[in-house]
Design a protein around this ligand. Structure first.
Ligand SMILES: [Zn+2]
Length: 316
C-alpha cells in the first residue's frame, strides 16, 4: 500500500461571500502530491496548476499568501483534465494523507462541480498528519503549522511554504520521521459524503474514545430525536449507559455525561454538521473522563439554565 500525500491551493470569490457560486466555495488552482511506498520512500511526484473557470480573479490570499499569479494559471489546463490525470497517477491501493482536515472535502466538491467521477470510497478514511504529529509529539490537541512542525523536527527548509507541491513534500518529510505504526489507528473520517442510511452509519473505537457518525436527516429536530444519536454506550464494555447529565446544547455542540459502573464517567459530545445537500448529521464522540470535568460540565449546564430562565422572565 502506498501513501498519497496531498496538498491543494484554492481560490475563492474575490468579491465577497455573497458572490460565491453555490456548490463551489473554493476552486482548486493547484494540486501537489507526493507518493510514498509502504516504507515511506518517495516514489512519485504530482504538481500542476489548474486554470480557474469560476473565480477567474484571484482573491488577495491566493495572490499574496500562496503567491500564485493570474498569468501562472492562464497557461494551465482545466480542472477535469488535471483531476483525471491526478486520479490515474494515484493508482489503486493507497491511503490519502493531508496536513489538516479540509483538502479532501474541497477536492471532492470540485470533483462534483466539474463532473469528475469521484474515485474515493465512502466513508473515506485518511491520515491527518497534523493530528498524528500532535498525538505523537505533543498532547494530541494542539495543531501546529506545517512550518512549526518542520522546525520542531529540525528538517531542512530548502523550499518555500504555502505552495501545493512544496507543502506536500514537507508533509512527506515529516511522515518519514514519524513512527506511523504508533498512530495509524488514529485515522480520520472525511465528512464530504456522510452516511445516507442507518446501515451505513459509522461506529469507530479509538484508543481513548469512540466516534459515531449518523445518517443525514432533513432537520436538526429529527436528528436530535434519533435514539442512536442520543444513546450513550460504553465503548469499553458495550453496556448501554444511563446519563448523569442529559444532553444539553452548549454553543455549537451538545454535551452529556453518562456513567458506567465498571469504567466510570463518559463525556458525550455531539456536533451537528451540515451536508452539502442541506441536510444535517451528527458526529458523536464518547470519552472516559474524570470528576473534575463532570463538575465543569454540570456548572456549564446550570449556568445556561439560569440564563435561559432569566431570558424567559424578561420576555414576560
Ligand atoms: Zn463500561
Amino acid at each position: 500500500m502506498n501513501y498519497i500525500v496531498l496538498d491543494l491551493e484554492w481560490n475563492q470569490s474575490a468579491f465577497g461571500k455573497e458572490n460565491e457560486v453555490e456548490g463551489l466555495p473554493f476552486e482548486i488552482v493547484e494540486i501537489g502530491a507526493v507518493k510514498l511506498d509502504s516504507e515511506k520512500n518517495i516514489i512519485g511526484k504530482f504538481s500542476e496548476f489548474v486554470r480557474p473557470q469560476v473565480y477567474k480573479k484571484l482573491h488577495h490570499i491566493t495572490k499574496d499568501v500562496i503567491n500564485i499569479s493570474e498569468s501562472d494559471l492562464k497557461k494551465a489546463r482545466y480542472f477535469k483534465k488535471v483531476a483525471d490525470d491526478f486520479i490515474k497517477w494515484c493508482g489503486e491501493d493507497y491511503t490519502m494523507c493531508i496536513w489538516g482536515v479540509s483538502d479532501l472535502t474541497e477536492l471532492q466538491r470540485n470533483f462534483r462541480f466539474f463532473g469528475v467521477k469521484n474515485p474515493f470510497s465512502a466513508p473515506l478514511y485518511y491520515f491527518d498528519i497534523q493530528k498524528m504529529f500532535s498525538l505523537l509529539y505533543e498532547d494530541g490537541k494542539i495543531r501546529r503549522s506545517l512550518e512549526d512542525a518542520v522546525d520542531m523536527l529540525a528538517l531542512e527548509k530548502d523550499r518555500p511554504f504555502h505552495r501545493a507541491y512544496d507543502d506536500a513534500y514537507y508533509t512527506a518529510k515529516i511522515m518519514q520521521k514519524m513512527n506511523l505504526e504508533c498512530v495509524k489507528g488514529n485515522f480520520s473520517v472525511d465528512y464530504y459524503a456522510p452516511p445516507r442510511s442507518k446501515k451505513d452509519e459509522i461506529y469507530l473505537v479509538f484508543g481513548n474514545y469512540s466516534k459515531y457518525v449518523s445518517k443525514v436527516y432533513d432537520s436538526r429536530e429529527e436528528l436530535m430525536e434519533d435514539k442512536d444519536v442520543l444513546s450513550t454506550r460504553c465503548y469499553q464494555c458495550g453496556k448501554l449507559l444511563r446519563k448523569r447529565i442529559k444532553w444539553f446544547p452548549s454553543g455549537k455542540i451538545y454535551l452529556c455525561v453518562a456513567y458506567c459502573s465498571k469504567h466510570g464517567y463518559l463525556k458525550g459530545k455531539i456536533r451537528v454538521k451540515k451536508s452539502d445537500d442541506g441536510g444535517v448529521f451528527a458526529v458523536k464522540t464518547l470519552k472516559i473522563t474524570d470528576e473534575d470535568t463532570v463538575q465543569m460540565i454540570r456548572e456549564r449546564r446550570n449556568e445556561l439554565r439560569k440564563k435561559r430562565r432569566e431570558r424567559r422572565l424578561k420576555s414576560l
